[in-house]
Write a protein that binds this ligand. Structure first.
Ligand code: PDD
Length: 284
């Protein structure tokens, strides 16, 4: 049984209880971060905490997290659960005001929950064969840059993609790819340029995205942050996605059309290796 974190306490998972009036449960009024763990250390912890602070502030939370305390709690969870490779989930919700009310009350205590997920991240059969992607319209609210727990649509898409024999879903807004159900989306053009949608309210500002683009720059690859269409993606030389749980994950097929040779491309493979190596060096 896992040991989880709830509001300052480390508890067996079946003893951690929160109120039925918690606003994350009633209104999806909560934000989260997923940080990967390699060799028992946290990957890009600072980036995840900076985004957490931004998500909280965009939603007018009064609560300001103590990042040093959160770091200690992450490390304690890794130790207590004996995790060498996997993920740590952190959720901060606005807490309970003791009843259901759309209007947000001042002075509610946040609910802070953390738990570990043991998972093999470096060795990934999906990254080795390349993902099959299906596209769907992006009908999410127009603040996809805030990492809220309002994940029903992403969850429905992922399920529908699996039912159709695919691995994941990419979303389209006005004919342009926004991002994957839980990752950022990229293509590589004929001349080797990496193209990914520019940062805006339409996509999550991926922590892995920032790190991978830095790796690409160091490799002197050309990068264009701009919109791209489904057709451009289907005719690209390569495609891939990035996230804390998938790192750099190549795409083999989009809506039934093979990308390149229909196997992971060399640039995605190289970026995956370099990303892992660079982040192992800076893990804390
Ligand atoms: N998802 N876009 C969306 C919609 C996401 O949910 C995620 C992350 C990303 C990539 O962000 P990052 O590189 O910071 O992980 C992009 C996490 C992994 C999840 O929900 O499990």
């Amino acid at each position: 049984m896992r040991t989880v974190y709830l509001n300052g306490q480390f508890l067996p998972e079946n003893e951690a209880k929160i109120s039925i009036f918690d606003r994350s449960f009633l209104f999806a009024d909560g934000v989260y971060e997923v940080t990967s763990v390699l060799e028992g250390k946290l990957i890009d912890f600072k980036g995840h905490m900076t985004r957490l602070q931004r998500s909280l502030s965009e939603l007018n939370y009064e609560f300001k997290p103590d990042i040093d305390q959160l770091l200690e709690a992450h490390r304690e969870l890794i130790k207590l659960n004996n995790i060498t490779e996997g993920l740590i989930y952190l959720q901060v919700s606005r807490g309970s005001a003791g009843d259901r009310d759309f209007a947000i009350k001042k002075d509610t205590q946040p609910t802070i929950v953390m738990f570990t997920q043991e998972k093999s991240l470096i060795k990934s059969p999906l990254a080795e064969r390349g993902q099959k992607i299906i596209t769907f319209p992006d009908i999410r609210w127009r603040r996809s840059d805030i990492k809220t727990v309002q994940l029903l649509y992403a969850s429905l898409l992922k399920t529908e993609a699996a039912a159709k024999g695919a691995d994941d879903a990419w979303m389209l807004l006005d004919g342009f790819v926004t991002e994957g159900s839980s990752n950022n989306a990229y293509i590589v053009t004929e001349d080797g340029t990496i193209v990914t949608r520019e940062l805006s309210n339409d996509i999550l500002h991926g922590i892995t995205r920032a790190s991978v683009l830095k790796c690409a720059e160091e490799l002197q690859l050309k990068i264009e942050e701009r919109h791209f269409t489904l057709e451009e993606a289907q005719n690209a030389k390569e495609a891939f996605s990035t996230s804390a749980s998938g790192f750099v994950c190549p795409v083999a097929e989009i809506d039934g059309k093979k990308i390149g040779e229909g196997v992971p491309g060399p640039i995605a493979k190289r970026l995956r290796e370099i990303y892992i190596k660079a982040n192992l060096d800076t893990a804390i």
